[in-house]
Design a protein around this ligand. Structure first.
Ligand code: ZN
Length: 721
């Protein structure tokens, strides 16, 4: 019988680990901080040990800490104007769930098995939205910041806005979180442990996905318990399995657990994974594991308790690390005290338009996103639209037409009985003529010191994104030796950007071309540019994308996407000091524009992001029909091979921008041709299986080569056993 059970459990575990997702990023976040800050680990482990020792001493000496605590909270919603800009009601729903769970007022306490129920309890910790901000102004406990960083967020969002962590629990709500762990899965939230407060106060707080914040709005259908778990970490709780095989979570009334439990729920009780009872442990392993504890990885609706010991540990963390946070004076200063009388706040003006780019004659729909007060308390909206018809409006969500091309500002003032606020967005609307003033071949050699704006020729203007970081800049340091098809014989300047100077990792730095008329340009059409780039060190992680629009920038299609290795033109080595390319360290890159031939207004957008990279230079930007300029050219846009490395077969995928007879070849590492085929293919995305051209593929390194008339592209593929 015993044997049978063991086998069954083994099978179940096997099934669960397939779907296992490490949705909490707290431990990985701490590991990353340790890697990035040598020496920090030792300090913090010492602090943690001292904390654990004190806990044991207090328990042995009967020292109690039964005080009740209230924690003022601020939610910083980081958004791009989409659904991730969640409502105050959704945030209030999250606070309700958090408080129910911490006070054991949750509706599902009846699911706690009776052997554990007597150890489950109220943590005596409450959370309240702050009513007074750090400036002493009235707040609803929610700030809203418009930023790209809401996608794939990490610690970088914390630099956008943080209220003093000695006074507030900061929660950043974002669209998605970068998975910085070694395992697959979607990170729903991550916290920073309190013993890091003195060393890394600038990152103290919790990052949470909007679709797991509360249980309504964008989080409809979820339990809202991600924040319960993360707030546990933020108050020094460790995962219930101690992050080790049958590890120690430093709490006596939680049984030892083998590892994270995924998908384990009420019907699996009792759930024994074979750990031994630890010394001082109150509940023996015969009761099984406490998978319904908030600090496990079981699904939110299977969780229902903190143990009394966990409550004690969290209150000790407040007493040791977060002393100021719950003092009466701090509660009064943040409006989180019991006697605080809620008042209406003055609104904060904020707005968005459905598009900020368009063609002359296009209409835009504006929407007020003003906050910090209930919408129905706002008594007036005063809009002004430079360049728009009408030029002003008192509606909440007005529509405006822009008949002339130009770059225009928009202003909104909102007022309620308490006060008013104004937000001005300079250069918010960018309107192009329906047919661009310039036609192909278009050439910009970046030689004029007027770049990017030309006072006497505004239709030549390039636009760069407004950014507080150093961004795209004009330079006379280096210039390309003209790899591009038009040789102008002037080589003294170029433009450049460097991610190692960015303050905001993850921010996208935009460079937009003027609009170009391709209505009389026949295929093949491409944009060409000369590029030089080097990594700075092993951590360099840069990306350049190019997007194309044919509707004056309203919508964009990505046509180019290259990372660090693909961008490097210096052979791939590190350049710690300023990278200044030699003539042969420039390469010509291009973007296929065939689908844009015949369009009256085509715009290209360069989007650069990254970290720790050296200079990326661009020079000699050309849009033209490549035949007109007798280019030595091949018809391939991209060559992708996937999976790579591969265990067997792989897919070779490439786009042809014209019908062509091409040659595909497979070479081994010594250059010997293993297979070769000529193919007549259409202008489309084509794909071929590697085994179709060479069936006896063995483990090794190969090169796939596509050529036409002696010119082409090559890519490496690794086949493993
Ligand atoms: Zn966790």
């Amino acid at each position: 019988m015993k044997k049978f059970i063991t086998i069954t459990v083994g099978l179940l575990v096997g099934i669960f680990s397939i779907s296992a997702q490490n949705w909490c990023g707290t431990v990985e976040h701490q590991k990353k901080l340790y890697t990035d800050n040598p020496g920090l680990a030792d300090t913090l482990e010492e602090r943690l040990e001292a904390f654990n020792r004190l806990q044991e001493e207090n328990a042995a000496n009967g020292v109690r800490n039964d005080d009740h605590h209230i924690i003022p909270v601020v939610f910083h919603v980081i958004h791009k104007g989409g659904t991730e800009n969640i409502s105050l009601t959704q945030i209030e729903d999250q606070i309700r769930i958090l408080n129910d769970d911490f006070a054991r007022l949750n509706a599902d306490t009846t699911n706690t098995p009776s052997v554990f129920a007597e150890y489950a309890g109220d943590t005596r910790i409450k959370f309240r939205l702050a009513k007074i901000d750090p400036d002493g102004s009235c707040t609803e406990g929610v700030t809203r910041t418009f930023s790209d960083l809401t996608n794939n967020a990490k610690d970088n969002v914390k630099a956008l806005i943080q209220w003093n962590p000695e006074n507030y629990l900061n929660v950043w709500v974002v669209k998605s979180i970068e998975n910085f762990s070694e395992t697959d899965g979607i990170i729903l939230g991550f916290a920073q442990f309190p013993n890091l407060l003195w060393s890394k106060s600038e990152t103290d707080g919790i990052v949470l996905r909007d679709d797991h914040c509360g249980s309504i709005g964008t989080a409809q259908g979820v339990s809202g318990r991600t924040l319960t778990h993360e707030a546990g970490h933020w108050l020094n709780l460790i995962h219930i399995w101690g992050d080790e095989d049958c590890g120690n979570d430093q709490v006596n009334d939680t049984p030892t657990a083998k590892e994270a439990n995924h998908g384990v729920c009420t019907n699996h009780f009792p759930w024994d994974r074979g750990c031994e009872t630890g010394s001082g442990q109150t509940i023996t392993q015969e009761s099984g594991e406490m998978f319904m504890n908030y600090m496990d990885y079981s699904d939110g609706y299977c969780q229902n308790m903190f143990s009394l010991g966990q409550g004690t540990r969290m209150r000790s963390a407040i007493n040791q690390y977060r002393v100021n946070l719950t003092t009466e004076s701090n509660l009064i200063a943040t409006g989180a005290n019991d006697n605080y009388v809620t008042v209406d706040c003055a609104p904060i003006a904020e707005f968005k338009a459905n598009f900020t780019y368009g063609c002359a004659g296009d209409g835009l729909n504006y929407e007020s996103n003003s906050y910090n007060t209930p919408v129905d308390s706002i008594s007036s909206y005063e809009w002004t639209f430079e360049g728009g018809t009408p030029s002003s409006s008192t509606e909440q969500n007005p529509s405006v037409i822009y008949n002339e091309s130009g770059i225009f500002k928009t202003t909104l003032t909102v007022t309620n009985r308490v006060g008013s606020s104004t937000t001005i967005k300079e250069a918010y609307v960018n309107i192009s003529p329906e047919n661009a003033d310039m036609s192909a071949p278009y050439f910009q050699n970046f030689e004029s010191n007027e770049f990017p704006t030309f006072d006497n020729n505004p239709h030549w203007n390039w636009t760069t994104s407004a950014s507080e970081d150093p961004s795209w800049q004009w330079t006379t340091e280096v210039s390309s030796p003209n790899l591009s098809p038009i040789d102008n014989n002037i080589n003294s300047a170029s433009i450049r950007i460097r991610s190692s100077e960015f303050n905001q990792i993850g921010e996208k730095h935009i460079l937009i071309t003027p609009s170009i008329d391709l209505s009389n340009t026949l295929t093949p059409v491409r944009a060409y540019f000369d590029l030089a780039y080097a990594r700075r060190n092993g951590n360099s992680n840069d990306n350049l994308k190019v997007y194309v629009s044919k509707d004056c920038g309203r919508t964009w299609t990505r046509r180019f996407n290259k990372d660090t290795d693909a961008l490097a033109t210096n052979g791939g080595g590190n350049h710690f000091f300023d990278f200044a390319p030699t003539d042969n360290q420039w390469d010509q890159f291009n973007v296929n524009l065939n689908t844009y031939a015949g369009e009256g207004n085509v715009i290209l957008k360069f989007e650069f992001s990254g970290e720790e990279g050296n200079w990326l230079y661009i020079d000699n930007f050309v849009v033209c029909n490549s035949n007109d300029l007798s280019l030595n050219d091949h018809p391939f846009t991209e060559l992708n091979i996937f999976p790579n490395p591969s265990k067997g077969d792989a897919t070779i995928e490439f786009e042809l921008y014209q019908d062509a007879e091409i040659q595909i070849a497979l070479n081994n590492i010594y250059g010997a041709v293993l297979a070769q085929e000529n193919l007549e293919l259409k202008a489309a995305i084509n794909s071929i299986q590697l085994k179709e051209i060479y069936s006896s593929l063995k483990a090794g390194i190969y090169f796939v080569q596509l050529t036409q008339n002696g010119s082409g592209v090559t890519k490496k593929i690794v086949i493993t056993d």
